[in-house]
Design a binder for this molecule. Structure first.
Ligand code: SF4
Length: 350
């Protein structure tokens, strides 16, 4: 079986090359080709001897992602790609343009087993974890195409990043490596649905990477309805982990709160949220949901959204409403993949 060479750390690469008597500096050269030049083939590595390139071709692979479908928003240029891994898994990646540059929202798993009821990605369950190399490729693919660097990466697409913790950590260390892609850790945000023990582990890693926690409801019963993960990690346990994170890292935590009409958008719900978050070094990102036909969830009206935001701000909790990107392509995660997965199944069955 070929080695997944782009998922290797610089040290592992040097060790692997040493096993067939290649000097250490070859490892540095290959690491730079893979992570700085974003090479997709060993033939591009022109400063390596032909014999080594041949050996690499025989023993290692740089797993590409194939573009199966592309949607581009006419409203704001947001691009959503449906990508296929070498073994046929489908994932989604979104590229958004902000005034500060390009931001890629990437997937960490093919599918997801967390089962959030408002999410299209949850419908088919988990297929498999993505490798660090595949996560890197979700970023590199855009940079190759656009010929400009992606300035921010959010791991908020399909999948629960902390359910793929080891690969996530390796991805972060490769993406921020100063001899590789060297993206600033503060330009990266990891989003979790609330795996409390992993929030504590993440706090202990000592990284400058931002953390966002999907809350979506401020009381345990309602949260359980929206997010089955709340059964395993109830709200008090989650909030303890969040407080631990803030204390340990001295960093501001973002809480994501999807607003679902009639479910969690009332002023009573906002009061519960205020009493839960009061005194914490945090920020609330309100995300009015996209309408997902199967779940029947609807987006609240503009006035309800504004009133919810104002009540938080009046209580001293900074709150923003996420800008709706690519409204004409339905940029919320999982929807393109969900549709395509259904299509693929239909084709296979006939
Ligand atoms: S919202 Fe995130 S964690 Fe929840 S099911 Fe969807 S992809 Fe998984």
């Amino acid at each position: 079986m070929s080695v997944d060479i782009r998922s290797m750390t610089k040290e592992e690469l040097a060790e692997w090359l040493a096993s067939f008597k290649e000097p250490k500096y070859r490892g540095n050269q290959i690491f730079q080709w893979l992570h700085r030049e974003k090479a997709l083939s060993f033939d591009e590595m022109t400063n390596l001897p032909l014999t080594l390139r041949t050996r690499l071709k025989e023993t290692a692979e740089i797993r590409p992602l194939a573009i199966k479908e592309r949607q581009v928003s006419k409203a704001d240029g947001t691009e959503k790609l449906l990508l296929e891994t070498v073994d046929g898994c489908l994932i989604e990646t979104v590229l958004m343009r902000y005034e500060y540059g390009l931001s890629a929202c990437i997937s960490s798993q093919a599918g997801c087993r967390m089962g959030c009821t408002f999410c299209a990605s949850a419908k088919g369950g988990l297929v498999r974890n993505l490798t660090p190399s595949e996560m890197l490729e979700e970023v590199f693919l855009f940079e190759r195409e656009k010929k400009e660097p992606v300035s921010h990466v959010v791991i908020m697409g399909t999948g629960e990043p902390f359910d793929n913790y080891e690969n996530l950590m390796r991805f972060l260390s490769l993406l921020t490596h100063e001899e590789g892609r060297n993206l600033g850790a503060r330009h990266i945000t990891v989003s979790t649905c609330g795996l409390a023990p992993k929030i504590r582990s993440f706090a202990d890693e000592g990284l400058q990477v931002n953390l966002a926690v999907s809350l979506h409801a401020a009381d345990q019963e309602r949260r359980k309805e929206l997010m089955p993960v709340a059964k395993s990690f109830p709200l008090p346990e989650l909030m303890d982990a969040c407080r631990y994170y803030i204390k340990k890292t001295n960093r501001r935590l973002t809480f994501e709160y999807s607003l679902v009409k009639g479910k969690n958008d009332s002023l009573e719900a906002s009061r519960a949220l205020i009493s839960l978050l009061k005194g914490m070094n945090c920020h609330v990102n309100l995300i009015p949901v996209n309408n997902v036909t199967e779940s029947g969830y609807e987006r609240p009206g503009k006035e309800t959204i504004r009133a919810f935001q104002k009540s938080l701000e009046d209580a001293g909790i900074p709150a923003t409403v996420r800008r709706e990107l690519g409204p004409d392509i339905n940029a919320a995660c999982g929807q393109l993949r969900a549709r395509r997965t259904v299509t693929v199944h239909t084709i296979r069955e006939t």
